[in-house]
Design a protein around this ligand. Sequence first.
Ligand code: NAP
Length: 240
Amino acid sequence: MTRILLLGGTGDALRIARQLGPEHVYSLAGLGKVPDDLPCRVRVGGFGGREGMARYIEDERIGLVIDATHPYAAQISANAAKASGAARIPCWALRREEWQPQAGDDWRMVDDWAELAAALAAFKRPLFTLGREPLAHLDEIPPQQFWTVRCLDANESGPRARILAARGPFTLEGERTLFNAEAFDVVVSKNSGGSATEAKLEVARERDLPVIMLRRPELPAVDREFANVPDLLEALQVIG
Ligand code: NAP
């Protein structure tokens, strides 16, 4: 039996965790909801860097690490590749394909917050769908802008910002209603891929709205990469 350490924090990771037996471990950073109905073990919180993860792998006699974290969670992915390399066990990763711009889309690619803020200057009512990062910049909102920040946190909204606590998946109808009500003039997004949060891009397309897209970080090379959950689960059946 190969004991698996599954690194999660995404809907896809949860789908994999539901298929793992009690000898395997599902690991979460501890920022969101911790499921209490899984057949496998669940551990919560950081390992203490790559050395901490390497120690955990050894102590728990882990035989395979599966990195199913979000594509923008670059630190834990780097740690997983290094720690499993040091322990001489394989590291697999679930890497969702990126969304691609379609005909008529106006995507403005940025690498970091400074580039994002510059790209945003021309707009008045952005919808941020980047997680909690904009919350650290609420005191930088220019006088002509009103921000809507959609994230998991239920923070208080300010005079020039509204924090919308919401968890995907988001439907096309729901997004249309939100865009109608709030009259956004630009969408700010990560290129997360997958279908759960894709509807906003379709509504942006319908309304001819530009999208400021934060580029994905570089992720480490791994032993095997999968683009979807069924392919990964099939490969797991082969190793037993
Ligand atoms: P990150 O910057 O790559 O990781 C920061 C630190 O958090 C890691 O060094 C590690 O601490 C701990 N950590 C992260 N994921 C962990 C896991 N699954 N199990 C145990 N420890 C974990 O990650 P992040 O961007 O802050 O994201 C945190 C979590 O939220 C990830 O698990 C990710 O899958 C999920 N998430 C992230 C995003 C996003 O946009 N970044 C979106 C949706 C979900 P130690 O160094 O102490 O081990």
